[in-house]
Design a protein around this ligand. Structure first.
Ligand SMILES: [Zn+2]
Length: 311
């Protein structure tokens, strides 16, 4: 693949050593696990995507799209990858074709699903190839995909929610998960990893995970009832890693929720070695010219996608 590196735009990065200080201390995280874990790649023709070298070095091809390099207009400008938000489907398909050409994956080998913030996922094979892109999508709610089949593109879509990617580096199995606050508090990573162990014979010691571009703690203000749901789902000694108290508005206390820490804890609870978990430092909400953010755009936006396949 011919890759043109050097003129890529600069993304605002979160100082993770500040917002993840509790995690860093408790799990003895090393700098490479939370600094510059996400790299920028320029494919030419304005197509820019993000990737994790920690996943791509293990025999997988993983890219997270940006807004750059597509043909969509207006609020979808320009690389919108959602067929479900009112954009012209012909533009969306052209955007998929551009990404596919860049990353060596035909559209009829991609799988796109109907995501609804559940903790449900689906195990897929070549029989499912093209679903949601070149043929009708599955009718059920699917917020994650798991496969052990080579050259089958698992697609999950985002605009602030957290991409959680888990790979088995030995058995070559991949799980690609859409984990917003609902998927996080209902532990889609834990459920998917149990299936990787039970169905695909993975071992937790071989699993490597990447928590991708999404909304950071500083930008993610939430209400108390949402925090109470997280308090019910996590042990009390982990609450200090999950959120900080924020603004006071009259009688109401706001909180800053850290979905990156929460996702990290889900992965640790599922048995991953903390040293095999890499946390992204690019916030969608702080880069709204380059990435779609639901919160920054107040819902007027397209979707980003994570693409991953086994080489
Ligand atoms: Zn942010």
């Amino acid at each position: 693949m011919e890759i043109n590196i050097g003129k890529a735009p600069v993304f605002n990065r979160v100082d993770n050593s500040v917002i993840l200080s509790g995690l860093i201390e408790r799990f003895k995280l090393e700098e490479e696990q939370y600094k510059k874990t996400t790299r920028v790649r320029d494919f030419g023709n304005d197509l820019i995507m993000l990737y994790s070298p920690h996943i791509n070095d293990l025999g997988f091809t993983q890219y997270f799209s940006t807004r750059l390099g597509g043909v969509s207009q207006g609020i979808y400008s320009s690389l919108n990858l959602s067929f479900d938000r009112g954009d012209n489907p012909a533009c969306v398909l052209e955007n998929y074709q551009r990404v596919g050409k860049a990353i060596g994956l035909s559209c009829n080998r991609m799988i796109y699903t109907h995501q609804t913030h559940t903790n449900k996922f689906r195990c897929v094979t070549g029989l499912d190839a093209g679903a949601g892109i070149t043929r009708p999508k599955f009718e059920d709610d699917v917020d994650g995909l798991i496969s052990d089949e080579k050259n089958l593109g698992l697609i999950t879509t985002f605009a602030d929610c957290v991409p959680v990617i888990v790979v088995d580096k030995e058995r070559k199995v991949v799980a690609s998960l859409h984990s917003g606050w609902k998927g996080t508090v209902t532990d889609i990573p834990g459920h998917a990893i149990k299936t990787m162990l039970d169905t695909y014979s993975c071992k937790t010691s071989d699993l490597v995970a990447y928590i991708g571009p999404s909304i950071c703690e500083t930008c993610y203000e939430v209400s108390q009832d949402l925090i109470e749901q997280f308090e019910s789902a996590y042990p009390i000694d982990e609450w200090e890693l999950l959120y900080r108290k924020g603004r006071q508005i009259g009688n109401e206390t706001k909180y800053q929720l850290n979905l990156w820490s929460a996702s990290f804890l889900n992965l640790v609870h599922a048995g991953l070695d903390p040293k095999n978990i890499y946390i992204n430092d690019i916030c969608t909400c702080m880069n709204q010219d380059l990435l779609f953010s639901h919160r920054a755009s107040m819902g007027k936006r397209g979707n980003l996608c994570n693409f991953i396949y086994i080489n």
